[in-house]
Design a protein around this ligand. Structure first.
Ligand code: C2E
Ligand code: MG
Ligand code: MG
Length: 509
């Protein structure tokens, strides 16, 4: 009985065990199948998400890649180059003056501008090119191919900026600085964008509006720029800035009619630093306001001193685009003129053509105030921009300065001659005086006089010289031998001209 009972129990246990085993096997099988399915699903998801990630990471409006989408593209391209060879380039594109425009016209304007730029750059997107918006005013392009492809793409991008950008009826010129780095030649994937940015900053350092490729020594250039900006901050206090003056000469009488103030920085180690190097830095790092004010005051102070000595020259000061956007610029000039007892008609503001043609409310307001104040306005570097007759007529300009590039080529280029001639004809039609800058040879001088140019400025007559040198020359002091002296230059100019209003002078005055 108990043996039967035992064998019954054992049977039941064995049955139970077999059922459990069966269940466990089914469960393990199901688990393994499920795991296999989810693994396959994960692989598939991964593939799809990798394929999709550039599309997912695009800006809906512009279609440009976001930074993460761009990184994914670069990763893929790096893998491909590592696997099968070849190369690609990254272009770091940064809008020059974007933050200045943002400050001047506000965020809505800046957003509109960025949308415009994005739309133009989006046109570059294709099988071999990807475009990304990195940050406000900063873009990047990846383009398959060697440096020649990178450079020609940079060239095409620059051309896209040749046409002005229109936002809310404001037309603004815009330039960009582009740095190019190539993979694998210019370092690892991690350094690629950084090296392109370094190349971009090197372009900026040299004035912007251009492109260049990455070079090993570029890190040092950027460090140098930072040092220079720091030193510029204290240059004013340390008395390292000085105004030089270059005379403007009447083409007929050869009398000095004016002196243009040109800023110089006496750097304790570097020697004389050109304004072409430090003015763009001062503009970019917010130092131009203080420096510009000092220039205005110093120019007026010197004009007052010359006047005390019986010299009646107009004084001309270069005004940067940043200064034109300061709403109290004219008030400050008027105050400096009053302090030094100078009539507004003896003060000339030289404003480059590109700044003068910025058709913005802020610059127009400053021009209106200049007109009311009675200053002379001179359009500097004329011929390099896109001015129309109509736009020139709107400005209170009394003078156009033909850009040096045309003067330099006058004797050898038919084109330069016809440009100079048409500028002079146009100015005459608009009742403006014409000054030729950078006159170096007698041949250039004769051609300009025959074309009807009113005033001449350049090394042929005098280099920019210190205020004391100018004064010594004007007072006929021959002890200073460094500067070439021409007897007729510094005779006193007629007071009627200098005290006059904004009308140009008659040719036979
Ligand atoms: P700019 O106003 O067009 O000045 C003319 C430049 O041509 C000056 O260079 C002058 O020294 C140079 N120059 C004059 N005659 C000749 C010549 O016969 N041959 C050659 N090759 N060059 C000649 P500089 O002094 O280096 O100034 C360069 C630019 O820097 C100026 O161009 C002006 O735009 C800017 N700048 C100078 N001083 C100031 C300033 O106080 N404020 C501002 N905002 N800009 C300034
Ligand atoms: Mg000038
Ligand atoms: Mg000029």
């Amino acid at each position: 009985m108990s043996a039967n009972l035992l064998s019954d129990h054992t049977g039941a246990w064995l049955g139970l065990l077999a059922a459990s085993l069966l269940l466990a096997t089914v469960a393990v099988g199901m688990y393994l199948r499920e795991r296999q399915r989810s693994l396959a699903l994960a692989v598939e998801l991964d593939r799809v998400s990798r394929e999709m990630s550039p599309q997912l990471a695009r800006d809906n409006v512009t279609g440009l890649l976001t930074r993460s989408g761009f990184d994914a593209v670069l990763d893929q391209w790096v893998q491909k180059v590592d696997r099968s060879g070849g190369a690609f380039c990254v272009l770091y594109v940064s809008l020059d003056n974007f933050f200045m425009l943002n400050d001047a016209f506000g965020n809505d304007f800046a957003d509109g501008l960025l949308k415009n730029v994005s739309n133009r750059l989006a046109a570059f997107t294709g099988a071999d090119t990807e475009v990304c918006s990195l940050a406000a005013g900063e873009f990047a392009l990846a383009v398959r191919g060697e440096m020649t492809v990178g450079r020609s793409t940079a060239n095409r991008v620059s051309q896209v900026f040749a046409e002005r950008f229109a936002v809310d009826l404001i037309q603004t010129p815009l330039t960009c600085s582009i740095g190019i780095a190539m993979y694998p030649a210019h370092g690892s994937r991690a350094m690629l964008l950084g090296h392109a940015a370094l190349a971009m900053r090197s372009v900026r350092l040299h004035g912007g509006g251009d492109f260049c490729q990455y070079d090993l020594k570029m890190g040092a250039d950027v460090r140098e720029q930072a040092i220079l900006v720091n030193e510029l901050r204290s240059a004013l206090e340390l008395g390292q800035l000085e105004l030089y003056f270059q005379p403007k000469i009447d083409a007929i009488s050869l009398q000095v009619t004016a002196a243009e103030a040109l800023l110089r920085w006496h750097h304790p180690e570097r020697g004389l630093v050109s304004p072409l190097v430090f003015i763009p830095l001062a503009e970019r790092y917010g130092l131009i306001g203080a420096i510009g004010n000092w220039v205005i005051e110093e120019a007026c102070r010197n004009a007052a001193r010359w006047r005390e000595r019986g010299l009646r020259m107009r004084v001309a000061v270069n005004i940067s685009g940043y200064q034109m956007r300061e709403d109290d610029l004219v008030d400050r000039i008027e105050a400096a003129l009053r302090r030094n007892g100078i009539k507004p008609g003896r003060f000339t503001c030289e404003i480059t053509e590109s700044v003068a043609m910025e058709d913005t409310k802020v610059t127009q307001l400053t021009f209106d105030k200049m007109r009311q104040a009675g200053f002379h306005v001179s359009i500097d570097d004329f011929g390099t921009g896109y001015s129309s007759l109509a736009s020139l007529r709107r400005l209170p300009a009394a003078e156009l300065k033909i850009d040096r590039a045309f003067v330099t080529d006058l004797e050898h280029s038919e084109d330069a001659r016809s440009i100079a001639k048409s500028i002079i004809n146009m100015a005459t039609a608009l009742n403006l005086r014409v000054v030729a800058e950078g006159v170096e040879t007698v041949g250039q001088c004769e051609l300009l006089v025959s074309m009807g140019c009113n005033e001449l400025q350049g090394y042929l007559f005098s280099m920019p010289i210190t205020a004391n040198e100018l004064e010594r020359l004007a007072l006929d002091d021959h002890r200073h031998e460094n500067v070439e002296f021409r007897e007729s230059l510094f005779a006193e100019t007629r007071s009627a001209e200098l005290d006059g209003d904004l009308q140009p002078l008659p040719r036979d005055f």
